[in-house]
Design a protein around this ligand. Structure first.
Ligand code: PLP
Ligand code: LYS
Length: 439
């Protein structure tokens, strides 16, 4: 069993996180419940920031809030001196509700609406990451109407196929994101931005994908971008003040995953950046990164109660929990793998192999296949590890299942930061049928 952060097994044989017994959390807040190890998030943030500082590189570490966006989480990111990447009006609204400093908010998205761009301009965000020609034109028009200037980065696709699941690849040429570097679109966009009276082009952005374990893809992307920057400097006199290399640093979900430490990602990428800058006689730009998963992923644990069991003789044993693809869609979407233990019997040795089913009306609603566990009973508590990124963030109300609450734990204290949805919440947007049938 691999325990992340402050997680440990206490003398009652219970899983404890942040100094709080998870069984006490279950008593107070019910199941399912997402529990976050706040000290681990602070640790991860510090790890990234300290590495840049040690290397003497001017940098911004922007938390990609798509991984887990709530008011409390955004406030935690602010406490840790992170910047913030938002990708929709909703994430931006959350950041504003959390009073996050607007000059450290970066706005992403491949189809930002007019209203979202207006919101970004109204709040004078630190940066808008422009993704395509439609947005470039729309943003310039809006700036002219409002007579304001916008700081922007251009998102480029460097033509890199990082080694990860196809659905979370983004740096390849055939991608819905960004201006192609290879096909000349990035140069056309750059010229438009430079010529605009309303756009302040700070530099370029690229993000090659997610849950990536090696630095090769990042290094290759940096190399390609530097070659392009050199060309832009010579032909157009443009010098990039900022180079944003995105997020995507992989984490350990199961024992099959073997990620390198965050500091090593940063060190190897920066070594390449310095090398390229020296080789091409260019200044080292300010470096921005956007980790999401690697800041919050392993800090999250979901606690479920085990309910029904089903034995298919000589085939498999199913244990069903009181959540599933409504609170964690990643196994169904990406065949993502997770590890889990019985939180109330954490010292007992596994005796059987079971498969953990969710409660949604969908055969694909399986959280874990073939998990070794002690003989579990209904009412035992299952703790699924590493659900901190894209768990709550991608939760949904399929089968009208209310979303679980989120509890932060730190130094022996538990704090509810998102309350459990109720059935009233589930129907709160519904309106009754107006037509009547007369018979
Ligand atoms: C533009 C951008 N930045 C940052 C991230 C964060 O990625 P991760 O959570 O893998 O670090 C993503 C998601 O893949 C992204 O699309
Ligand atoms: N949601 C994905 C990653 C995509 C990140 C956003 N570009 C996941 O759970 O792994």
């Amino acid at each position: 069993m691999f325990l992340h952060g402050t997680s440990k097994i206490n003398n009652k044989g219970h899983l404890e996180i942040g100094g709080v017994d998870t069984i006490e959390i279950v008593k107070e807040f019910g199941t399912p419940v997402y529990v976050y190890d706040v000290a681990l998030i602070r640790d991860r943030a510090k790890g990234f920031k300290d590495t840049f500082e040690k290397l003497g590189i001017k940098a911004q570490v922007a938390y990609a809030s798509k991984a887990f966006s709530t008011v409390a989480m955004v406030q935690l990111a602010d406490q840790e001196g992170l910047s913030l990447d938002v990708v929709s009006g909703g994430e931006l609204y959350t950041a504003l509700a959390a009073d996050f400093p607007v000059d450290r908010i970066h706005f992403h998205g491949n189809n930002k609406s007019r209203e979202e761009l207006e919101m970004a301009l109204e709040h004078r965000l630190g940066c808008i990451v422009v993704d395509n020609f439609h947005e470039l034109q729309l943003l310039a028009e809006l700036c002219e109407i409002k007579n304001v200037r916008a700081k922007i980065l251009l998102r480029v696709t460097p033509g890199i196929e990082a080694h990860t699941h196809d659905y979370i690849l983004t740096g390849q040429e055939d991608s819905k994101f960004g201006f192609g570097l290879q096909n000349g679109q990035a140069t056309t966009a750059l010229k438009t931005a430079i010529d605009s009276d309303y756009l302040d082009l700070l530099g370029v952005h690229c993000h090659i994908g997610s849950q990536i374990f090696e630095t090769t893809g990042f290094i290759l992307a940096a190399r390609k971008i530097f070659t392009q920057l050199k060309e832009w400097k010579e032909s157009l006199g443009f010098e990039s003040k900022v180079l944003n290399l995105g997020g995507g640093f992989g984490i350990r979900y199961t024992q099959e995953d073997d990620p390198i430490p965050a500091s090593q990602y940063v060190e190897e990428i920066i070594a390449e950046v310095k090398d390229q800058a020296e080789k091409l006689s260019m200044e080292v730009p300010e470096i921005w990164i956007e980790p999401g998963r690697s800041l919050v992923g392993d800090a999250g644990t979901t606690l479920y109660q085990i309910g029904s069991k089903k034995d298919v003789p000589n085939v498999r044993k199913y244990l069903a929990v009181d959540g599933g693809m409504s609170d964690n869609i990643r196994p169904a979407l990406y065949e993502a793998k997770y590890e889990a233990i019985l939180a109330n019997r954490a010292l007992e040795t596994p005796e059987e192999t079971v498969s953990i089913a969710g409660k949604c009306c969908e055969s694909g609603d399986m959280l874990i296949w073939d998990l070794p566990l002690p003989k579990a009973e209904s009412n035992d508590v299952l703790a699924v590890f590493c659900t901190g990124a894209y768990g709550y963030a991608m939760s949904n109300n399929y089968n009208r299942i209310p979303k679980p609450p989120v509890v932060f734990v730190e130094k022996g204290k538990a704090q509810l930061v998102v309350r459990r949805e109720t059935f009233d919440d589930i129907v709160r947007l519904d309106l009754p049928l107006k037509t009547k049938v007369n018979n």
